[in-house]
Design a protein around this ligand. Sequence first.
Ligand code: C2E
Ligand code: CA
Ligand code: CA
Length: 651
Amino acid sequence: MEILTNPQTYEPCFSIASLVLLFVTFGIHLSEEKHFNTQGRFFGALVVDAILLNLMGFLHTLYLYNDHAHLVIGTELNNFIVLTEKIAAHLIPLFAIRYVMSIFQIETDNILKKALLILPTVYSMIVFMVGFYTGFYFYFTQEGQLKYIYPQGATVYLATDLYFIFATYLLVKYTRSLSTEKSSALWIFYILMFLAVPIRIFTKSSCIFEFSVSLSLLLCVYTFQNPSEFIDRTSGAATKTALNFIINTNLLQKREFTLLGIHIDRFSVVIGEKSPELAYELLSQITDYLKGFSPEKTVFFTDNEDFSIIFLNTMPDETVIVKTVEQLRKRFKEVWKVGNEEMKFFETTYAIAFPDEADSIERYNEVRGVLGKVLSKQSREIIRVSDLNLKVVEHDKKIDSIVKHALEEGILEVYYQPIYSPSTGKFSSCEALLRLKDPQLGFISPAIFMPIAERNGTILAIDRFVLAAVCEMLSTSDARKYGLEYTEVNLSVVDCIQANLVDNVKSTLSKYQVKPSEINFEVTETYDQGISASMDENIEKLMDIGISFSMDDFGTGYSNIARIAAMPAELFKLDKSIIQSAFESETSYMVMINLVKIIKSLGKEIVAEGVETGEQARQLIKLGCDHIQGFFYARPMPKDQFIQFLRDHNG
Ligand code: C2E
Ligand code: CA
Ligand code: CA
């Protein structure tokens, strides 16, 4: 028991090193915007307490080992210094626990829990106070060191152990809602903090404890207090990662909370048009404004058009949400001033109650997906999940599982739609279009199941299946003989960015002995620069081996002419929506004519898609479209029928 009661040794170098680390940490902490929220406050308290601890330790060391300092400080003051140091040391576990709790957003919601939580610390404080005046728990040696009286004095360590047990419980229970990086950082923090106590006892060096506390705080400032993953520094809005984290931890604690979403119509387009400075200015203006409504002063900007605010514990109190929405609506009727510009936005608000309406992140994403369909209709009322037709979600779920098993079950089939070339009067190309026939639901449109396949990842296998089917068709049928020059195959963006795309395509082509020039991939434009960069790389490699490309769905979306002009695609497919509206209104007709002119001026060929009448076909040919595709000539059809079609029309 010597070991528990013996005074500890001090090394000034450790104290100085600790202090340096702590001041760096404190500096970083103060520069963060987060320092005023709950988590930030407890972190700040920890750092300040650790500084106090080290400072006292340092002064005490001076008293012990430096004659001059010994005289200046004196016995009385030294005793106070040691006492302060002890108190600071025993406050650390409490602050550390509160800090960890705030990371997981755990509140002590009743007095009893609050009292229980601070009890061990209160006990330690009493021990020090009482001990200081009575000498019942410890006394000061002649050299001025604090010495515990066994066993009553050492009970403070046992009190600290209670925090250790509680911390273990918290970490085991909650770290699974963190990223691996964060959860390992937290475990290291825990180990450094709490294992330092036994180390301190056995090595009798208090400096190791102090030093590890400082190290762990520095670690935290970089992982938890450094919010770049959680907060977008330029706009001050919290990220999607942060939102997912908050939702997860609160669900884990079985808390009820409400997410208020503010959807701003066409916001991403507006942002995209502005210079980065103006865009950020606008973003931070809206974020700052919305922060006023957030109890936690946090606004999430999760995708390009949605802001969200979380209301904890206000679930039963609808009025908070309703009042907020009323105020928001008023504000959004007015303009936002950025630079010299004034902008007006249409917002739609929606509320999702957790866990009643969404009990997991997946479910939240599903609900948000269904909301998306309603939001674009610009209803100005607050949308509640209960008003939604969640059957759509169920339906999407069902299709999701159908798509996942479609390949194994052999319910996918590739259809071919002939494409007419006026210059030769023949059908020299076609588009491969996928068909899915579920035994129960019947035919499901690719427009419905392809986006789902893109989300659940089956798109990669599906697109490979289509390419293989096309190659097989070419190598086993008389399509070539009847004048089919190439086949257009749709390539999803997800595919376009795969590193092994080129190898896969190459091996499929060589397996069926299909020439690269017989395949034309249809791709759509993306706005994401990161994506388009790796897409370009793949396209370039595939073009090098002789595969050609088409720009699909041209005229929809917000075509970036500069980027499109630089695209190495030889073919541009005018989307069927453009064609169809062109024959419904004068202005749309002008739009189409101008799109045709743009494509022509770039020296590219045009495919007109969705041509349904002879009149449309005639006019488009007159305008100079090189290829015509549509129900007027033929619908997409199964392989055998398609070969028959070629024989009848090209033969
Ligand atoms: P898309 O690439 O724009 O394909 C053209 C769509 O227009 C096809 O719809 C086609 O059946 C339809 N269409 C053709 N002519 C006419 C017409 O005269 N009038 C009308 N109203 N529609 C016409 P489908 O087959 O339902 O495919 C929808 C979308 O699904 C495609 O749009 C494409 O984006 C995607 N898709 C289809 N097959 C595949 C595939 O194998 N791989 C990938 N990645 N996507 C595919
Ligand atoms: Ca297409
Ligand atoms: Ca299209």
